[in-house]
Design a binder for this molecule. Structure first.
Ligand SMILES: [Fe+2]
Ligand SMILES: [Fe+2]
Length: 268
């Protein structure tokens, strides 16, 4: 039996993150997940690796206020809506790779978790891209907004802030946004896209749950009370609080407490 050598994890993550090619990013990400599962990646070799985030030249990134409203009743509006979600999933691959690549010295489980999430985001991207292609469009056809990655940059020097503001804030917002989008897709007769979002919603509860777990772990290490620390971080990063109606059942499953949801809902 041949035993494949163990190689350092971080250069592999950096390579997948940096690639600007869509197919290459998917292939490299999936290969990292498989090699990790097989025990072939060493997370303890912390040799510094330069990190850069790669994405294709298209879509053009615009300020989110300049992305027009999408009404899924028209085919064009539905394509724009799906494109926006495809873009979120593409960015989510980069985000999960970056969570794992950027923060050294974390426990093994941290890397396992975010490598697994990166692979799931690649699946989400592929699934929704197929829906978009079924409408005669592809990723890159419409402008998209860049605010998700901006939050990665703002939290690049602290895993506690990263866990709070990316999975526990932005991905949790996705939990709130998904059921209304599914209803609009159903109303427009696109049941297949609505069902694709069922899978995504289920997985995303898991992603927010991991963000919640690592956020709480890091708070405990620093002797911080997590729920008030979270609200302080939202203020410090000028991040808007979650807007009603929140997807309470999904958020509770992901680790938010009922008390915390009530505190977040309160107008300041
Ligand atoms: Fe996703
Ligand atoms: Fe996610």
């Amino acid at each position: 039996m041949s035993v494949l050598p163990v190689t350092p994890l971080f250069p592999r993550l950096a390579e997948a993150l940096a690639t600007t090619e869509i197919e290459a990013k998917i292939t490299l990400t999936t290969a990292i997940a498989a090699d990790w599962q097989a025990g072939r990646l060493d997370w303890q070799d912390e040799t510094a690796v330069e990190l850069a985030c790669g994405r294709p030249a298209k879509p053009e990134l615009v300020d989110h206020r300049n992305v027009p409203q999408r009404n899924p009743r028209s085919p064009d509006g539905r394509a724009r809506l799906l494109h926006a979600i495809v873009h979120i999933e593409f960015t989510a691959i980069n985000l999960a790779l970056d969570h794992a690549a950027r923060f050294h010295g974390m426990p093994k489980a941290y890397y396992a978790d975010w490598i697994g999430v990166a692979a799931e985001e690649a699946e989400h991207f592929t699934l929704l891209r197929q829906r978009l292609q079924s409408l005669g469009h592809d990723y890159g056809d419409f402008p998209a907004h860049g605010s998700l990655w901006e939050m990665a940059e703002k939290t690049a020097d602290d895993p506690l802030a990263r866990m709070a503001l990316v999975p526990r804030l932005l991905e949790a917002r996705g939990l709130d946004a998904t059921p209304p989008i599914q209803r609009r897709l159903e109303e427009a007769g696109d049941h297949e896209s609505a069902r694709a979002l069922d899978i995504i919603l289920r997985d995303e509860i898991g992603h927010v749950g991991l963000g919640d777990r690592w956020f709480r772990t890091l708070c405990e290490q620093r002797q911080l009370e997590p729920e008030s620390t979270y609200r302080e971080l939202l203020d410090r990063f000028k991040a808007p609080r979650p807007q009603a109606p929140m997807n309470e059942s999904a958020r509770l499953q992901a680790g938010f407490s009922a008390n915390e949801l009530a505190a977040l809902a309160k107008k300041r």
